[in-house]
Design a protein around this ligand. Structure first.
Ligand code: CA
Length: 362
């Protein structure tokens, strides 16, 4: 095993150096005891889940390598230690040290948590990271999760998601009335205001429900993950989306456990999490592009929402925000932090990126 040697100038030496004096005495000692830290991390994803699961596996490997083997993070796919949607409670109680999941799953605990995941027509992945790191988002998130003995780090972003797969083409608002669609979160609440029957279904049940016509539509993520679900075989119309423009994934620790970790290890884990956070967006970008090319050869019909629906959905979003703010002081507070940052950043995104993209459409 490698031994680390540290050199320390003694206080006396420092004093003599400050006095502009003579020769330096240097004491040396070596650290022979290596720390061994093992952390149990549960995810909400199945084993070998592309991009998101891959990202957290790579994160654990990077922490191990960067700590020269001192920190081992054991990653458990969903249901191996705890069910997918119980990771929050298990981590809060200290049964696991950390989890990788998405904050909108926990809106039942506090409606404000949904906003840390994103919102319809909201932040792009770039804008979301800007808010989290430079707009006060992460501090607010840590404060509210702190009440549950949890400490979140950024754990990735899905980047812009597709609006979903529809068995029939949607030409007007009228076509949405009574339509049964699998769509969770704030996006589901917005669609419900447009007359959609927004329902939740476990991942393993969606394909069969769509195939049998038990549901008329579903959203999932984007081309890279959707193609693996096979939705294109049973629903040909694939819509661009507004409901999840940059959904956040979290790498959350039990707060007491986090605080017990040495400072250098906290820094190392935070750096590796930031790396995962950034690389996941690049991975989604590359894999979505590749899968889109393939989907085009499989007879998929790409569509944009009619303007009538976009307008109605924007109006519905503000109704949802208003209702949630009236019900939850935390939601209201987080929204009041988000809104000015969102407006200011969108003005820049529109002037810079949006205008640029419109100069050359793919
Ligand atoms: Ca989704």
């Amino acid at each position: 095993m490698k031994r680390r040697t540290f050199l320390l100038a003694s206080a006396a030496t420092t004093a003599s150096m400050l006095a502009g004096c003579k020769r330096q005495e240097v004491h040396s000692f070596s650290v022979s005891k290596r720390r061994k830290i093992t952390l149990k991390l549960a995810t909400s994803w199945p084993a070998n889940f592309p991009i998101m699961g891959e990202g957290v596996e790579e994160f654990a490997k990077r922490v191990y390598e960067a700590s020269d083997g001192e920190v081992q993070i054991k990653v458990f796919a969903k249901n191996l230690l705890v069910p997918a949607l119980q990771v929050f409670d298990a981590c809060s109680a200290g049964q696991i040290d950390a989890f990788h999941s998405g904050p909108y799953y926990w809106k039942g605990k506090n409606p404000a948590f949904a906003l840390f995941g994103g919102f319809p027509f909201g932040f792009t992945s770039n804008e979301m990271n800007a808010w989290m790191l430079y707009g006060g988002g992460l501090e607010l998130w840590r404060e509210l999760y702190g009440k549950y003995n949890l400490y979140p780090l950024l754990g990735g972003n899905t980047d812009v998601q597709m609006g979903g797969w529809f068995r029939k083409e949607i030409k007007s608002l009228k076509d949405l009335k009574g339509l049964k669609m699998r769509i969770p979160g704030l996006g589901g609440e917005v669609m419900a205001k447009l007359g959609v029957n927004a329902i939740l279904l476990a991942a393993g049940e969606i394909y069969t429900a769509l195939d049998r016509g038990t549901i008329d539509a579903t959203e999932w993520v984007g081309p890279a993950l959707d193609i693996k679900m096979g939705f294109y075989k049973v629903a040909k119309y694939y819509y661009s989306g507004f409901h999840e423009p940059g959904s956040v994934l979290e790498l959350t620790f039990n707060k007491k456990r986090w605080e017990s970790l040495p400072k250098d290890i906290q820094t190392l884990i935070t750096s590796c999490a930031n790396e995962m956070n950034a690389k996941m967006v690049y991975n989604f970008q590359a894999k979505n592009a590749e899968a889109l090319k393939k989907l085009k050869t499989l007879g998929v019909q790409l569509r944009k929402w009619p303007e009538e629906i976009v307008q109605a959905a924007q109006k519905a979003l503000f109704e949802v925000i208003h209702e949630q703010s009236a019900k939850s002081a935390d939601f209201k507070r987080v929204w009041q932090n988000i809104e000015p940052f969102w407006m200011e950043n969108r003005a820049w995104t529109s002037l810079g990126l949006k205008n640029y993209l419109e100069m050359r459409d793919g």
